[in-house]
Design a protein around this ligand. Structure first.
Ligand code: GRF
Length: 204
């Protein structure tokens, strides 16, 4: 067992980062958040980090709008390494990460996706689930590979889709489970017992 040294990348509210910090502060997760980077200058995730005295900063990812590449990718890797991070946690980071970051942290980049993958990769997946008529939706924490929301799955949690759900009510129900799933996935990694065999992740 070794304390995980996390670098968190986000673009928005940072409620998942908050759930990880809360789990650490309650002694439920053997990890430290070493650095938080956001590609949006006024993202709430930066305010949350500051409240917990976690080093954080804006990362200018221009000229690209949907991916992390080029000088910004190099800078991101440099900052994460300099901060001593050994694991990268994507927490609402609205960009595709490219092979260079993945090679810098092999099998050490995680993402949370608000759907039961492989159903509904990509954006607004809870709306896709609702429009499809699913009776069950959920959340997936997975390793990031070169595809989109396609890496080996660590944890999934399901929630019911109710008849009067709107995209907002369904997303809110999924987010409650996100905040359970991300700390749980990280606990498995911190335990040192997690093994990846092809697509299958074995825990303990
Ligand atoms: C979550 O729904 C997560 O599953 C998705 O982006 C959202 C981020 O929310 N990848 P937050 O910034 O952690 O509150």
């Amino acid at each position: 067992m070794a304390t995980l040294k996390l670098g968190v990348l986000g673009s928005g509210s940072g409620s998942n980062m908050q759930s990880i910090v809360d789990a650490i502060e309650k002694g439920e997760l053997d990890a430290e958040v070493k650095l938080v980077l956001a590609d949006v200058p006024d993202a709430k995730i930066l305010d949350r980090a500051k409240k917990h005295n976690i080093p954080c900063q804006y990362l200018d990812c221009a000229p690209w709008k949907t991916k992390l590449e080029g000088p910004a990718e190099d800078e991101c890797i440099r900052l994460l390494k300099e901060a001593g991070c050994d694991m990268v946690v994507l927490a609402g980071f609205m960009r595709i990460v490219k092979p260079k970051l993945l090679a810098a942290f092999p099998m050490r980049v995680l993402n949370i996706h608000p759907a039961l993958l492989p159903a509904f990769p990509g954006v607004h997946s809870w709306t896709q689930a609702l429009d499809y008529g699913c009776k069950v939706a959920g959340v997936t924490v997975h390793f990031v590979d070169a595809g989109t929301d396609s890496g080996p799955i660590i944890v999934q949690k399901a929630v019911p889709v109710l008849e009067d759900d709107t995209p907002e009510t369904l997303h809110a129900r999924i987010q409650v489970q996100e905040h359970v799933a991300y700390p749980e996935a990280l606990r498995h990694l911190a335990s040192g017992k997690l093994k990846v065999e092809g697509r299958r992740v074995r825990i303990g």
